[in-house]
Design a protein around this ligand. Structure first.
Ligand code: GN1
Ligand code: MG
Length: 368
């Protein structure tokens, strides 16, 4: 098996015992590898990076190095004052000293340390879990707030630039196949109408950036609930994983992504559209947890756009899934026909729910 072969390229003591597929990532393939010696065991996360999405996987590893070196030093400095042990995975080098190994097909594999005695969940489990998600994101953004964004490369050009995803949709719609997929279902047509009605608004964060109201900072890029690790023993957040999309961006992308993910208890993959809604009670505790750290670095202008970021990132993900469905599922991995359309419908329904609750959300954002 390819993963077993690649696991052995990394600098880990002992002999490989198992390597099993793990996680539900939409882009990369992820495995948990277990190595044993006579008296110890080491587990690590092995990943094959999707080259269709990341044309230069080596740049991701450079960003990951810069970021983890910075954060590990900060966590050590703050350890004595902290209410918990914060963690962050480290890159495990290959035996040849590089940060990755390349297989016979030219695919990139990398290994990162496994966070023991902690788990992540695909959906929010409780109000306490939601609070921890906000707290972990705020903490992460705070400890990277003094890292200069110029030190990070742009590993995924156009990521979270919403108008760019509209262009992708338009391109896909211009092809006969795209038109056929659009016309093949009333749901697809409804998604298209929903998106079209928000074309003008969806540049809201990019315009604020161009006007100089919002500035680039280092971001995580993908702080969904499934990337927040919760300590099995204490129920507290212990770290944020999946550092592939760490790059310069707007912190609003992270804030919006965390909320759109955590406040939909039905999860991204539900087929029961009736259950999709934006839960404002969950939103309140996430904001409270986030602000415990973020009030140190948020500016007044940052705060002006927090509501828009929640609405926008839900909308943007719906648009991304929809555009990928129309383009023939070329970006996100799918397990069944029409999965990207279903994912799009979930996020667009969530967007609608956010819009209906605008005044409640704005009020609770002002409270913290
Ligand atoms: C993708 O592969 P995964 O699950 O880590 C995507 C994110 C989306 C997310 C939605 C590089 O992340 O932007 O928010 O799916 N990552 C990339 O589940 O496009
Ligand atoms: Mg990710």
């Amino acid at each position: 098996m390819k993963a077993a072969l690649m696991a052995q390229k990394f600098a880990v003591a002992g002999r490989l015992v198992t390597v099993e597929s793990t996680g539900f990532g939409n882009v990369n393939d992820t495995y948990l590898a277990v190595f044993r010696t006579t008296f110890s065991e080491e587990r690590f996360i092995l990943q094959r990076i999707n080259r269709r999405v990341f044309p230069h996987p080596e740049y991701i590893m450079e960003n990951m190095r810069v970021l983890t070196d910075h954060v590990h030093a900060r966590l050590e400095d703050e350890a004595a004052m902290s209410d918990r042990i914060w963690q962050l995975p480290r890159v495990i080098p290959a035996k040849d000293g590089q940060d990755f190994a390349i297989d016979a097909e030219g695919d990139f594999w990398r290994a990162i340390s496994h966070i023991a005695s902690a788990h992540s969940y695909e959906r929010v489990q409780s109000i306490e879990h939601a609070h921890e998600a906000g707290f972990v994101l705020g903490h992460f953004q705070r400890v990277i707030s003094d890292l200069s964004p110029e030190r990070l490369g742009d590993t995924l050009v156009g990521f979270h630039i919403t108008p760019g995803y509209l262009e992708k949709l338009d391109k896909a719609l211009a092809s006969p196949d795209g038109q056929a997929r659009l016309k093949s279902s009333a749901e697809a047509e409804r998604c298209c109408h929903f998106v079209n009605a928000r074309r003008e608004w969806c540049a809201v964060l990019e315009r604020a950036k161009d006007r100089g109201e919002l500035r680039l900072r280092p971001i995580h890029g993908d702080p969904k609930i499934a990337n927040i690790m919760i300590d099995d023993a204490t129920g507290k957040g212990t770290c944020i994983v999946d550092l592939d999309t760490v790059k310069p961006g707007l912190i609003h992308y992270d804030f919006g992504d965390c909320l759109r993910s955590c406040c939909n208890p039905a999860g991204e993959e539900t087929q029961d559209l009736g259950r999709v809604m934006f839960d404002t009670d969950l939103c309140e505790v996430i904001v409270k947890g986030y602000m415990a750290h973020a009030r140190d670095f948020l500016t007044g202008e940052d705060r002006t756009y927090l509501y828009d970021s929640i609405r926008l990132i839900a909308f943007e993900l719906g648009l991304r899934f929809f555009a990928d469905y129309i383009a023939g599922d070329v970006y996100f991995k799918t397990r069944y026909e029409g999965q990207n359309l279903n994912r799009a419908r979930v996020q667009l329904k969530l967007t609608e729910s956010i819009e209906t609750r605008e005044s409640i959300i704005r009020k609770l954002l002002d409270k913290y």
